[in-house]
Unconditional design. Structure first.
Length: 292
C-alpha cells in the first residue's frame, strides 16, 4: 500500500509540479485547522483560525503564481507555433485567392461586438497546411480586455450538415492584432476551395464609436486578390449614423455603400466591393450623429 501511495505521489508531482504539491499540503492544513476551530477549546480555536487564514492566503498566492506560470508557458507555445507557421508559409510559398469574404458584425450599446466571417478561398500553391488571418480592434485596447476575446473556427453548415469546430490557434501580435490560424487535418491542394466560418466575440471592440462617440473605422486589408467582399455593420436600435468608404473611389473601384434604417429598429451599414487588389485597405468610416 505504501508503495502504491509513493507511486501516486510521484506521478502527482510530475504532473502538477512542486507548486501543486504545496497547494495540496496547504489545503490539508487549512482543512485540519477548520476542524480544530469547530471542535477545540478557545485557545485552540484562535490558533486554528490563524492557521486557516494563513492556509487560505498561501493557497491564493500559489494559485496566482501557478496561473501566471501557466499563462507564460501558453503564450510561449503560441508564439513559437505562430513563428514556425510563418516560416513554413514563406518557405513553401503558401498562397490563396479569396473568392468571397462575407463579414457581419453586431455592435451593442456598450461597444461589445459579435462578428461572423464566412470566407471561401481557392488554393494557389501545391499544398496548403493552414489558413491564417489577422484582425484587430483598430485602437490600442487594454490587455485585460483582449484576454476576453473569444474565437471559433467552424466548417460551413449546409442543410444541417457541417458546422463543426476546426483546430485553431490564436496569438496576439506586437501591433495589437490577433492572428488566427486554422489548421487542416490534411493539406489542401492547388485548385481546392476551402470554406470556413470564423466567429468572434470581442468585448469593447467598438467602444470608441459607442461609448466615446468618436468616428471609428471598420477596414480590412487582404494580402491576395479578393473577388468579392460584403461587410455589414449592425448598430443598436435607433442609431443614426454617417458613413464614408475607405480606400474605394467612384469610377475606379466596383463597390456600393448603403445605410439601411429600420425605423426604431437596428441600423445597418453595408459595403459590397468586387475585384479588390492586394494590400488595398478598404472598409467604412462610421460616425454617430448627434441627437436632434
Amino acid at each position: 500500500m505504501l508503495k502504491s501511495f509513493l507511486g501516486w505521489l510521484r506521478e502527482y508531482v510530475i504532473y502538477t509540479g512542486i507548486v501543486g504539491l504545496v497547494e495540496g499540503v496547504l489545503g490539508i492544513l487549512a482543512f485540519g485547522g477548520l476542524l480544530s476551530a469547530l471542535l477545540g477549546n478557545s485557545a485552540i480555536k484562535a490558533g486554528a483560525i490563524v492557521a486557516v487564514l494563513l492556509g487560505v492566503i498561501g493557497l491564493y498566492i500559489l494559485l496566482i503564481a501557478n496561473r501566471v506560470e501557466w499563462r507564460s508557458r501558453t503564450e510561449l507555445d503560441r508564439r513559437l507555433l505562430q513563428y514556425y507557421c510563418t516560416v513554413l508559409k514563406e518557405r513553401h510559398g503558401h498562397s490563396w485567392r479569396i473568392a468571397s469574404w462575407v463579414e457581419s458584425a453586431v455592435v451593442r450599446p456598450n461597444g461589445d461586438a459579435s462578428e461572423v466571417i464566412t470566407v471561401k478561398a481557392i488554393v494557389e500553391c501545391d499544398l496548403l497546411d493552414f489558413f491564417a488571418i489577422r484582425t484587430g480592434a483598430g485602437w490600442k485596447q487594454p490587455e485585460r480586455a483582449r484576454r476576453k476575446v473569444k474565437v471559433d473556427v467552424k466548417s460551413l453548415e449546409v442543410d444541417g450538415i457541417g458546422g463543426t469546430r476546426r483546430d485553431a490557434t490564436s496569438t496576439w501580435l506586437n501591433d495589437g492584432r490577433l492572428e488566427i490560424i486554422a489548421h487542416f487535418g490534411s493539406p489542401a491542394r492547388r485548385g481546392d476551395e476551402i470554406v470556413m466560418v470564423i466567429e468572434k466575440a470581442w468585448p469593447g471592440k467598438c467602444a470608441p464609436l459607442m461609448r466615446d462617440r468618436r468616428p471609428d473605422e471598420f477596414a480590412l486589408r487582404f494580402a491576395c486578390v479578393t473577388d468579392y467582399l460584403e461587410y455589414a455593420i449592425q448598430l443598436p436600435e435607433g442609431s443614426d449614423v454617417a458613413c464614408d468608404a475607405i480606400g474605394l473611389l467612384k469610377g475606379q473601384h466596383d463597390y456600393s455603400l448603403a445605410v439601411r434604417r429600420n425605423g426604431a429598429g437596428p441600423t445597418e451599414v453595408c459595403l459590397v466591393a468586387r475585384n479588390i487588389p492586394p494590400r488595398l485597405r478598404v472598409g467604412m468610416r462610421l460616425d454617430l450623429k448627434k441627437p436632434r
